[in-house]
Design a protein around this ligand. Structure first.
Ligand code: ADP
Ligand code: ZN
Length: 672
């Protein structure tokens, strides 16, 4: 081969590939994945680059310069790894550059390799040591463990109610894989959760064999971890969704805990990948196994598991701990009885009793900020973000109004319509609940945990630690605290407004609502005392709320799968969403009409119009973001791979005017 394609990071352009001549003296040593130095630009500045491929030819008119030297002879990734990235780029319809930008730590491209100093890896914050805790599985756990070990299918779903001991089963399976000399990727959705599960994992396997990988790990740490992975020094890579892009060697097993969690899907920017689907691909490439685990699996995963005989169910809590009792309180009734507080009388009584016993309480309020919208008292206009068509949310701690889409902030907004200054806040957010809880329960120790309170690094770990140690009586939080927390002293969970979880205009909102309520209920009574849960609602008749009250996933599934089938939603189709946007509303609409017409035509000519359903165009639920008007076309693909390839081929043929932006979201996690 004469030429090498190298990947290099050019300021402002991002990572790009270029061709370089391979000098005679390097011909025998050069390999994919090596770091080399190349001359770049008119001034022939030396840059660090990575070999990603070879060829004998150059495109016409290009004159290649020579590679200078090999900087690191040990390759930092393999060609199989590049194949996986290529699959991601093709499936998610994006540039390989975007995928590389996501996958490779930025540190890869720092010029001076010699000056590079090893960072201190901060495993210390977890402050745990390996303790020899070889737990014996219960008979129920042992049975599931044996079955999963011997199942033929590559992917298994472990559906186990909260507290049933899924984690212990994962640990046994991990141990087995490590004994065979193979390695594991263990994924969990949120950092707040990662930290608790991280401690358990490190305790079990020792800090030396576990590496941590998520968005708040620094680039320098990631670079170090990358090298360790390449040298096969790590047994378990523990991380959030981006961990699927780490270059783990001898992969034997991937575990995705809380597989239903929407944070496994990257919705912005490209690549808009779903970590579970990428993991499936990885497992194919490496002949490894994939285990999905959840107390509230997605409808799609459950459906697939049933149909491939790979569903494993744990119905009892470990040690027969009782599932908490869930009580539903009708808040309309409270109003009727002249209680206008956000706390029902039942909730207040239970809080007092619980804390009097020295036990702890969680309040869930599934919205951050102070309130859900602010209204002008003179003309009733709702104050919206001027750039995005959604209400601004009041934040009491900074006395400001924030847009939760674009982060636009206003300090003293006036009504845009009448100029009125008398504004009133309606609806509930976590901050308001915190303030009202402090008023109602002045003697208790109360803390809030949501993404606003996470600004300081590691602060959430501190709060969680204090909560675990019993120094907080009531922990208030958003969905963040619904998951994973294992505090045996929590015996009461209050959901301040259960309806909030169900009312997003999205086909997955019942699934999300059911899941969050069931998950948060599972935080109560995890020790040997029975837990209690209180759902406060204005809509007692909601069937999904009733399913959540009974913590009955099977009934929920039966109700929901019927709707999905009727409306051709996943798992009965795969969805592709095309969003067209422009500063000019008319142009955005015109362009989306044209594309829809061309697409429908294309599909009809192939006689696929009964199995590739095209909907729209329609204004998106959020019609405007950052001053861009948004329209979407939704495709329901009922024929899998063939349908996917057909749509991708069509998308590649589109020529867009320069004032129109197009985003393609494959398997979107929502359609807002
Ligand atoms: P899940 O992941 O399903 O929510 P966990 O694995 O966290 O459940 O288990 C719930 C609790 O029961 C944990 O505190 C865990 O330590 C304990 N537990 C589970 N299995 C065992 C076992 N075999 N022996 C002792 N304790 C166990
Ligand atoms: Zn905005």
């Amino acid at each position: 081969m004469k030429y090498a394609q190298v990947l290099v990071d050019i300021k402002k352009l991002g990572t790009k590939t270029f061709s370089y001549l391979i000098p005679e003296n390097l011909k025998d040593e050069i390999k994919v994945g090596q770091a080399v130095s190349i001359p770049f630009g008119r001034r022939k500045e030396s840059l660090k680059a990575y070999i990603v491929g070879f060829s004998d030819y150059l495109e016409e008119g290009i004159k290649a310069k020579e590679i200078e030297e090999i900087l690191e002879s040990e390759p930092l990734f393999s060609s199989a790894y590049l194949k996986m990235l290529e699959w991601v780029a093709n499936y998610y319809f994006c540039d390989i550059q975007d995928v590389l930008n996501t996958a490779l730590p930025q540190k890869f491209f720092e010029k001076n390799v010699k000056k590079y100093r090893k960072p201190k890896i901060e495993n210390k914050i977890y402050d745990v040591e390996k303790s020899k805790t070889d737990l014996k599985l219960s008979p129920a756990q042992q049975k599931i463990y044996d079955e999963i070990k011997h199942v033929n299918s590559k992917t298994s779903l472990l559906y186990g109610i909260t507290g049933s001991g899924k984690t212990e089963i994962y640990f046994k399976l991990i141990e087995d894989v490590i004994k065979q000399g193979k390695n594991v990727i263990f994924m969990a959705p949120e950092i707040a959760l990662v930290s608790q599960l991280t401690m358990r994992t490190i305790e079990r396997f020792g800090a030396d064999s576990v590496a941590i990988w998520h968005s708040s790990v620094t680039e320098a740490e990631k670079y170090e971890t990358w090298k360790k992975l390449r040298n096969n020094e790590i047994r378990i890579l523990f991380g959030a969704r981006s961990a699927v892009f780490a270059p783990i060697q001898n992969l034997g097993l991937i575990i995705i805990d809380e597989e239903h969690d929407s944070s496994y899907k990257q919705s912005m920017p490209n690549p808009r990948y779903q970590a579970g689907d990428v993991a499936k691909k990885l497992c194919e490439l490496y002949d490894a196994k994939l285990i999905l685990g959840s107390a509230t699996p997605t409808i799609e995963s459950y459906y697939e598991a049933i149909n491939t005989n790979s569903l494993f169910v744990l119905k009892e809590r470990y040690n027969n701990a009782l599932l908490p009792k869930v009580v539903v309180i009708d808040m309309r009734e409270e109003r009727f009885e002249k209680n206008y507080s956000i706390f029902s009388r039942t909730l207040v009584k239970n809080v007092e009793e619980t804390i009097a016993k020295g036990e702890q309480v969680i309040f869930l309020i599934n919205r951050r900020g102070f309130s859900s919208y602010t209204q002008c008292m003179e003309c009733a206009t709702v104050i919206q973000c001027p750039k995005c068509a959604i209400p601004l949310i009041y934040h009491a701690d900074t006395n400001s109004y924030k847009c939760h889409y674009c982060n636009h902030v206003e300090y003293e907004p006036k009504c845009p319509k009448c100029g009125g200054k008398t504004l009133e806040h309606f609806g509930l957010g976590s901050q308001k609940v915190e303030i009202m809880a402090r008023e109602k329960f002045p003697d208790y120790r109360i803390e809030r945990l949501d993404s606003d309170s996470l600004s300081k690094k590691n602060e959430h770990i501190e709060v969680l630690k204090r909560f675990q140690e019993g120094e907080i009586d009531i922990l208030i939080g958003t969905q963040m605290i619904a998951k994973g927390l294992d505090n045996k002293n929590v015996t009461l969970v209050g959901v301040i407004n259960a309806d909030l979880s169900f009312n997003l205009p999205d086909y997955r909102s019942s699934e999300r609502g059911f899941s969050i309520l069931t998950q948060v209920a599972g935080r109560s009574g995890r020790g040997d005392r029975e837990g209690k849960v209180i759902f406060q609602t204005y809509n007692q008749d909601n069937i999904f709320l009733q399913n959540a009250q009974e913590q009955d996933f099977e009934s929920f599934y039966k109700n929901e799968i019927e709707l999905r089938e009727m409306l051709d939603y996943p798992p009965y189709s795969k969805m592709i969403r095309i969003i067209l946007s422009s500063k000019n509303e008319f142009r955005a609409e015109k362009s989306s009409l044209e594309i829809e017409a061309a697409l429908s035509d294309y599909i009809k000519k192939l006689s696929l119009d009964e199995t590739l359903l095209v909907l729209g165009p329609a204004p998106c639920v959020i019609e405007r973001i950052k001053e861009e008007y948004r329209f979407n076309i939704i495709i329901k693909n009922k024929i899998g791979d063939l349908g996917h390839k057909t749509i991708i081929r069509f998308l590649k043929s589109i020529n867009l005017p320069s004032d129109i932006k197009m985003v393609v979201d494959i398997d979107p996690s929502d359609i807002l």
